[in-house]
Design a protein around this ligand. Structure first.
Ligand SMILES: Cc1cc2nc3c(=O)[nH]c(=O)nc-3n(C[C@H](O)[C@H](O)[C@H](O)COP(=O)(O)OP(=O)(O)OC[C@H]3O[C@@H](n4cnc5c(N)ncnc54)[C@H](O)[C@@H]3O)c2cc1C
Length: 1192
C-alpha cells in the first residue's frame, strides 16, 4: 500500500513532458477533495478528537475565543468541537479562496435570522455566541508583503491580515503553500499577545514535506494508521488522481496511465464493495505552536545545557524522527534546567535512557538524554562497604543492563534484569522481564528507592531507600513518596525524570562470578494440529519447572515451515543437578534432540544465546534487521481450565498472517515470583500470567520506513488485538506503549486494576503534561462523577434501594436531553471484608453474599474480623473504599463507556464517610444517602435486631457526626415512595444544567502562583445567564423547605453575589457577614478567624482569604436563636471561613446545628473542608455543593 506522497510522485512521473498541466478548477478541486474526505476516517478518528483535546485547556481558560481558519473548505473543522466549546467562539474569520466553498461556509456559519433558530429539524448555526457576522475572505492567506515574517503587519495596512486570534487553524491547507514554514511564522504573529497561550494548529500529511524543525511545538500527535479509500471506477480515480497530483490533464492516455498507477501501488481491499476499493496509506500529523515557537526559545535552553547527536538512540523508527533538540545534561541541576525551561515555555519533553523505545525522541519535541548518569554503585549495610547482607545497587538512569551486570557480576549479587545488554532505564521503570523473573521477580519489583526531578516543579526529590551519599545536594524526601515509589514500579516513565534508582540486590547461592546454562530444542511442525499439540506439551512442562529454571518458546517460520523452538535456562549449579536433567529429558522427548550442546555463559552471554540471536533465521537474520514489538500476557497457551486451546490456535493463526518470514512470536516464561506480588502492590498490575508473548514484527533493515516495515508493524498490532479479549490474555506489557494512537487500547489493558490510581497520579505529578509523549495513561480522573454512599443499619434495604434508584435514574436520563448517557452501578464495599473473612475462616463466600440467614449468623463475627483487620491495617477502610471505586472505574460497559459514571456504594460501616473519604476522589461528588427503617420492617426482612444495633454511626451527637446528605425512610415497601425520593433528590444530581454551570468556570493556569490552576468561580456572575442558572440550581439542591428558612447568611465577597441572586428567587432576606474589623455598623456580633492555610490565601482569594482579615462581623438581631438559616458561599476548600461563620451562628448566637444548612457553589475536596467542619463540632450541619473540582 503506497502512501499518498508516493502516489503523487508516481502520477507526476507518468505525465509526458509535452502534456499540458491545467490548474485545478474549483469543481475539479471540490470533486477530488470530497473523494479524499469521504474515503478517510481521519476527520472522525484523528482531527476531531485531537482538536478537542488540544484546545480544551485553552477553552477552559477563556469565555470568549477568537478563531482564524485558513482554507477550511466548505465546512469549518471547528464544527466538530463539543457544543460547550463552540459556544465560546465569539469571533470567526476564515481565508477560503474557493468561491463555492466560501459561499457554503458563509451560509453554514452565519447566524440564522431571528425566529429561525433551532426550530425543530433545521440545525442551528454551529457558533451561537458570535459577536458579529463571520468574516470570510474569498482569497488565500498570504505572507504579509513586507517579506519580513517576524514583524506583524501594521494595522493601517488595508491588506494586513486581522490579528489577535486565540486559535489559528490550518487543516491541510498548507499543501498548496510553497514556504510552509514562513506561513506558520506569519500566522504566529497574528496570535493574541496577552494572554500568550493562543495556538496555531496544523493538520498535515505526515510525509516529510512539512519540516518545521526550526520551530518548537507545544503539542504533537500522529495518526500513523491513516488510510484513504477510493472506488476503483474511472470517474472516481480520475478525480482523485488530479487532486493528488495537484493539476489536471486532458489526454485520455495519461488518465488511463494514472488509473493503472493507482491499481499498481494501491492495496486492493478485497473485503469491501466487491474488491472495488483501493486503499492508500495516509499517515497524518498534528502540530500546535504557541507564540514562543521560534528558535530563540530553544537557544535559551542551549545556553544552559549541552546538546548531543542522536547516536544514543538505538530504535530505528525513532531515529527517523526529528526532535527539536537533544540535550545531554551532565548534572542533576542541568536536568532541572531542562524541566524548568519546559515549564516556562509550556512544552513537553522526552527522555532518552537506553534508546530502545520508539518514543524516547519525538518529532519537534526536545529530548533529554540521561547518558551522563551512568554510574553503578554497590552499597552494603547502608555503609557503602561491600560486605554483609542487605546489599543495594544504585544505578544512574543512563546505565544499561550491561553496566549493571558488569558491575555486580563478581560480587555474588543478583538484580533481575532483562536479557539485552544495551537496554536501559525504560526496562526497570516499566517492568523488566528476564530469565531470573521466576526466581526473583520483575526488575521493577526490586526497586526500593529513586532520585528524581519532578516535572511539576523542577525540584529534585528522593523516595524510598536512597543511601545518604547518593542523594544529590538539595534533594528532599518527596511528600507523597509512597505514591511515587508505587508508580515508579511499573509505570515509572510517566511521572518524573528519574536520575537514579536503588535496587535491592539478591545474594546468589552460586559462587561469583555467576554462570548460567542454556539448552535449545527446535521442532519443525508439519501442520496446525501438530503445532497445537506441541504448544500444549510445552505449556505443561514449563509450568512444572522449579523457580530457578525457566523456559521460553519461539514460534517462527523457517524453510517454508512453522517451527517451535524451546529454550531452558538456569543457574549453572542447578543445571548440572538431577532435576534440571529430568526436565531437559522431558523437553527432549517432545521436541527432539538439543540443537546445540548445553552452553555455559555469564549474565551478558545469556543474551547472545537467546534463540532468536543464535538459532533462528540463521542467527537473527545476520543482524541486518529492524523490529517492532508489543507484548501481551498469557496465562495458558495450551488447554485452559475448561479444556479450550483458543490461545494456541490464535498464535498459530497469527503466524499464518505474518507479512514477512522473519516475524516471530517469543513466549517468555513468567509465573513464579512474578505472581507473588499482588496486582495492586505496584503500578505493574498484570501478575496473572505464565508467558509474556512478544509479538515481533521483523523486516530487513534496508526496508526501514517503507511499506514492508509498515506491514510488519500493522501485523504486530493486528495480532495483539486478536489476543486482547480477556478469555485469551490477562494484560499487556506497558513497556514502550507510547503516543501512537494504536497503543491507547493496549494501555487500557496494561496496568491491571491500577489505571485509575495511575490516572490520578499522572494528573497530580505531571499536571503540565511535560511527559506527554509517554504511555497513554488517562489524562482525566477515571473515578465516577457521582458517588452515593448508601448507609444505614442492617436490614433497612440498602441494596434494594440502590438497585431501584439506578433503574429509575437510568430511565430518567434520556429525558434530560443530554448528549451522553451515564452508566450506573452498585457495589457493596463489604465484599472485600467478606472475601478476606471467607479466606481466613473457610466460610462460603457465595452464601455470605447471597444467603441472608447464613450472613446474619456470621454478622457479629464479620464485624469483629473487620475491626481486627483495621487494627492491623489502619488504612483498610480507605483501601476498601478506593478498591470499590477503582473496580467501578475499570468496568468497561462498551467502547463509548469505559468506567462507571454513577456509583452507589452499599455496605459501608464507617462513620461520617463523606468527610472521611471524599478527598480520596476529589473529582467525584460524594453524597451520603442514609436509609432508615422501623424495627418491624427490618425484622420482616430477616434481620435479628439487637437493642444496641448500629452498624454505621447514627449521628446521635449532631456535633460529632456528620449529617447525611439525604435521608430516606424505607419502612414501607411501596415503590412510589422510592420513586418520589428519586425524583425530588436524585434526578437533580445529574441535571445537565450542572455541566453547563461547570463549563462557565474558567481555569486560569498558573494564577495566582505557578503551581495553582485557579478556578474562577465568581466569573459565573459575569456571564450571561450565569447568575440566574446558579441561583436556580442552589434553590433545587436544598433538601429542606425554603418557606421555613428565616435568613440566607452569606460572607463577602463570593457569598454576597450568589446569595443575593438566590435570596431574590426564594424571597428570603439575607444576613450579610463582612470581614472586619469595623466594617459593619454596631450593634454587631463578631467572631475571630483562624489563620487560613488554603493555597489561595497567598493572594487573598476564595475561602482562604482570611490572612489579612481576622474578624467576621454581622449586624445583631438579624438572626436569632431558634431561626433556621441557609449559609451560601462560593467555595468550600479548607472550611476555615465556614467554621468561623458557624462559630458565629451556633457558638455566639446559639442556633441549633441542625437548623443550619450550607450551600456552596464549588467544593475542592483535597483541602478536606468537610473534615474540618466535623472536627470543629459542625458535622451536624448539612452541606451541599453544586460542583466539585479536583485541583486546588
Ligand atoms: C532488543 C530488545 C530487547 C528487549 N528485551 C527485553 C527484556 O528482556 N525484558 C523486558 O522487560 N523488556 C525488554 N525490552 C523492552 C525494553 O524494556 C523497552 O524497550 C524499554 O523501554 C527500553 O528502555 P530504554 O531505556 O532502553 O529505552 P528508551 O527508549 O530510552 O526509554 C524507554 C522509555 O523510558 C523513558 N525513560 C528512559 N529513561 C528515563 C528516565 N530516566 N526517566 C523517565 N523516563 C525515562 C523514555 O522516555 C521512554 O519513554 C527489549 C527491547 C528491545 C528493543
Amino acid at each position: 500500500m503506497a502512501t499518498l506522497t508516493a502516489l503523487k510522485q508516481a502520477l507526476k512521473a507518468k505525465v509526458p513532458n509535452k502534456t499540458p498541466q491545467h490548474p485545478l478548477s474549483e469543481a475539479e478541486y471540490a470533486a477530488g477533495f470530497s473523494r479524499l474526505v469521504n474515503g478517510s476516517a481521519e476527520y472522525k478518528d484523528f482531527i476531531a478528537p485531537q482538536l478537542a483535546r488540544v484546545l480544551t485547556p485553552l477553552f477552559n481558560s477563556r469565555n470568549r475565543i477568537s478563531v482564524l481558519e485558513i482554507g477550511p473548505g466548505a465546512e469549518s473543522v471547528l464544527c466538530s468541537l463539543p457544543e460547550n466549546m463552540r459556544r465560546k467562539i465569539t469571533r470567526y474569520v476564515a481565508y477560503e479562496p474557493n468561491n463555492s466553498y466560501a459561499a457554503k461556509l458563509e451560509e453554514l456559519i452565519s447566524p440564522a435570522p431571528p425566529g429561525n433558530n433551532n426550530n425543530g429539524d433545521v440545525e442551528g448555526p454551529p457558533f451561537l455566541s458570535l459577536a458579529g457576522p463571520p468574516v470570510i475572505h474569498r482569497r488565500a492567506f498570504t505572507i504579509p508583503p513586507t517579506g519580513d515574517n517576524t514583524t506583524a503587519p501594521s494595522p493601517a495596512d488595508e491588506d494586513a491580515p486581522e490579528k489577535d486570534f486565540d486559535v489559528i487553524l490550518f487543516c491541510h491547507s498548507l499543501y498548496g503553500m510553497n514556504d510552509k514554514h514562513a506561513h506558520i511564522l506569519a500566522a504566529l504573529d497574528l496570535l493574541i499577545h496577552n494572554p500568550a497561550d493562543g495556538l496555531v494548529i496544523v493538520f498535515h500529511r505526515d510525509d516529510g514535506t512539512l519540516d518545521p524543525r526550526r520551530l518548537l511545538c507545544r503539542h504533537v500527535a500522529t495518526y500513523p494508521s491513516g488510510v484513504v479509500r477510493v472506488r476503483d471506477t474511472r470517474e472516481a480515480l480520475n478525480a482523485f488522481c488530479s487532486f493528488i497530483a495537484g493539476f489536471s490533464v486532458r489526454d485520455g492516455m495519461t488518465l488511463m496511465e494514472w488509473r493503472a498507477v493507482c491499481r499498481a501501488v494501491g492495496h486492493r481491499d478485497e473485503a469491501r464493495e466487491d474488491g472495488k476499493t483501493l486503499v492508500f496509506s495516509a499517515p497524518g500529523i498534528m502540530l500546535a505552536f504557541g507564540r514562543n515557537a521560534r528558535q530563540e526559545t530553544l537557544s535559551g535552553l542551549r545556553s544552559r545545557v549541552e546538546g548531543f547527536d542522536m547516536v544514543a538512540v538505538k530504535n530505528k523508527e525513532a531515529r527517523r524522527y526529528r526532535p527539536s533538540a537533544v540535550m545531554r545534561p551532565e548534572s542533576v541541576e542541568q536536568v532541572q534546567e531542562c524541566v524548568r525551561w519546559a515549564l516556562e515555555n509550556g512544552v513537553g519533553l522526552t527522555v532518552v535512557g537506553g534508546g530502545h523505545s520508539g518514543h524516547c525522541v519525538w518529532p519537534y519535541v526536545v529530548a533529554v538524554s540521561m547518558r551522563a548518569f551512568n554510574i553503578v554503585s554497590v552499597v552494603r549495610d547502608g555503609s557503602g562497604g561491600e560486605s554483609g547482607d542487605g546489599a543495594l545497587v544504585v544505578a544512574g538512569s543512563g546505565c544499561t543492563t550491561r553496566d549493571i551486570v558488569n558491575r555486580i557480576m563478581d560480587t555474588g549479587l543478583v538484580v533481575p534484569l532483562g536479557s539485552r545488554p544495551s537496554v536501559g532505564a525504560g526496562l526497570w521503570l516499566q517492568g523488566g522481564i528476564g530469565h531470573l523473573a521466576r526466581q526473583y521477580g520483575l526488575s521493577c519489583d526490586a526497586v526500593v528507592g529513586a532520585v528524581l526531578v519532578r516535572v511539576d516543579s523542577g525540584d529534585v526529590v528522593y523516595v524510598g531507600q536512597v543511601p545518604g551519599q547518593h542523594r544529590p545536594a538539595g534533594a528532599t524526601r518527596a511528600e507523597n513518596e509512597e505514591d511515587i515509589l508505587w508508580a515508579l514500579k511499573g509505570a515509572g516513565t510517566n511521572f518524573a525524570i528519574v536520575v537514579s534508582v536503588v535496587f535491592k540486590a539478591f545474594e546468589s547461592s552460586s559462587p561469583a562470578p555467576i554462570y548460567y546454562g542454556v539448552w535449545h530444542w527446535v521442532a519443525p511442525l508439519s501442520d496446525n494440529d501438530e503445532a497445537q499439540r506441541m504448544i500444549a506439551y510445552f505449556d505443561v512442562i514449563a509450568r512444572e519447572l522449579p523457580r530457578q529454571l525457566s523456559s521460553d518458546a519461539f514460534l517462527f517460520w523457517d524453510e517454508g515451515r512453522l517451527h517451535l523452538g524451546v529454550s531452558m535456562y538456569g543457574p549453572w549449579a542447578t543445571f548440572n543437578g538431577e532435576e534440571a536433567k529430568r526436565y531437559a529429558a522431558k523437553f527432549g522427548n517432545r521436541f527432539g534432540q538439543t540443537v546445540t550442546e548445553v552452553k555455559k555463559v555469564d549474565t551478558i552471554g545469556l543474551f547472545e544465546t537467546d534463540m532468536y540471536m543464535s538459532e533462528m533465521h540463521g542467527g537473527h537474520a545476520g543482524g541486518k534487521t529492524s523490529s517492532f514489538k508489543r507484548c501481551v500476557f498469557l496465562d495458558h497457551i495450551g488447554k485452559n481450565a475448561v479444556g479450550k486451546d483458543e490461545v494456541a490456535k490464535a498464535l498459530i493463526a497469527a503466524m499464518e498472517t505474518r507479512p514477512s518470514p522473519l516475524c516471530y512470536l517469543h513466549l517468555l516464561h513468567g509465573g513464579g515470583a512474578v505472581r507473588d506480588t499482588a496486582p495492586e502492590a505496584t503500578a505493574f498490575g498484570c501478575r496473572k500470567w505464565e508467558f509474556a508473548c512478544v509479538i515481533t514484527g521483523v523486516w530487513p533493515r534496508d526496508q526501514d520506513g517503507t511499506q514492508t516495515s509498515r506491514a510488519a508493524i500493522d501485523w504486530v498490532y493486528n495480532v495483539v488485538h486478536t489476543l486482547l479479549p480477556p478469555w485469551l490474555s490477562s494484560g499487556v506489557y506497558g513497556a514502550d506503549l507510547g503516543p501512537d494512537p494504536r497503543d491507547a487500547a493496549l494501555a487500557r489493558k496494561a496496568f491491571g486494576p491500577n489505571r485509575p490510581r495511575l490516572a490520578r497520579l499522572k494528573q497530580q505529578l505531571d499536571r503540565h503534561n511535560v511527559l506527554v509523549h509517554t504511555c497513554p495513561l488517562p489524562k482525566a480522573p477515571m473515578e465516577p462523577k457521582l458517588i452515593l454512599l448508601v448507609t444505614g443499619e442492617s436490614g433497612v434495604g440498602k441494596d434494594t434501594c440502590a438497585e431501584l434508584w439506578i433503574e429509575l435514574m437510568a430511565n430518567e436520563e434520556p429525558r434530560h436531553g443530554s448528549d451522553t448517557c451515564n452508566t450506573f452501578d452498585a457495589a457493596s464495599i463489604s465484599k472485600y471484608t467478606k472475601m478476606e473473612y471467607a479466606a481466613a475462616h473457610g466460610a462460603s463466600l457465595y452464601r455470605l453474599n447471597h444467603d441472608r440467614a447464613y450472613k446474619e449468623q456470621r454478622r457479629p463475627a464479620l464485624t469483629a474480623f473487620f475491626k481486627e483487620q483495621v487494627k492491623l491495617r489502619p488504612k483498610l477502610p480507605e483501601e476498601h473504599f478506593l478498591r470499590v471505586v477503582y473496580d467501578a472505574a475499570n468496568e468497561v460497559w462498551d467502547d463509548r463507556h469505559p468506567g462507571t459514571d454513577v456509583l452507589f456504594i452499599t455496605g459501608m460501616r464507617d462513620e461520617d464517610p463523606v468527610a472521611k473519604f471524599c478527598h480520596l476522589v476529589p473529582d467525584s461528588r460524594v453524597l451520603e444517602v442514609r436509609i432508615t427503617a422501623s424495627r418491624e420492617a427490618r425484622e420482616s426482612r430477616g434481620v435479628h435486631v439487637l437493642d444496641d444495633d448500629s452498624s454505621t454511626g447514627s449521628g446521635t451527637n449532631p456535633g460529632n457526626h456528620c449529617r447525611p446528605t439525604l435521608v430516606f425512610d424505607n419502612s414501607t415497601p411501596e415503590n412510589d415512595t422510592l420513586e418520589a425520593f428519586a425524583t425530588e433528590h436524585l434526578f437533580p444530581l445529574l441535571h445537565p444544567d450542572l455541566e453547563k454551570l461547570a463549563s462557565m468556570i474558567r481555569t486560569i493556569p498558573g494564577f495566582p502562583h505557578l503551581d495553582i490552576d485557579f478556578r474562577h468561580v465568581l466569573d459565573i456572575a459575569q456571564q450571561p445567564g450565569g447568575l440566574s442558572l446558579c441561583a436556580s440550581l442552589l434553590q433545587s439542591h436544598f433538601s429542606g423547605t425554603w418557606s421555613s428558612v428565616n435568613r440566607i447568611v452569606c460572607c463577602e465577597a463570593g457569598g454576597f453575589v450568589f446569595a443575593s441572586a438566590l435570596g431574590m428567587r426564594v424571597d428570603t432576606p439575607l444576613a450579610l457577614i463582612r470581614k472586619g474589623p469595623g466594617k459593619m455598623p454596631p450593634p454587631r456580633v463578631s467572631v475571630a478567624m483562624e489563620d487560613a492555610s488554603h493555597i489561595s490565601s497567598r493572594s487573598s482569594l476564595g475561602d482562604g482569604e482570611s490572612s489579612a482579615a481576622a474578624v467576621l462581623e454581622m449586624e445583631s438581631g438579624l438572626v436569632a436563636k431558634g431561626d433556621k438559616v441557609v449559609v451560601v458561599d462560593d467555595v468550600l476548600a479548607t472550611g476555615k471561613t465556614l467554621c468561623a461563620v458557624l462559630r458565629l451562628l451556633v457558638g455566639q448566637i446559639g442556633l441549633a446545628v441542625e437548623d443550619v444548612s450550607v450551600l456552596v457553589v464549588a467544593e475542592f475536596p483535597v483541602h478536606r473542608g468537610r473534615d474540618a467542619l466535623r472536627r470543629n463540632g459542625f458535622g451536624g450541619v448539612g452541606v451541599r455543593s453544586l460542583m466539585v473540582f479536583g485541583g486546588a
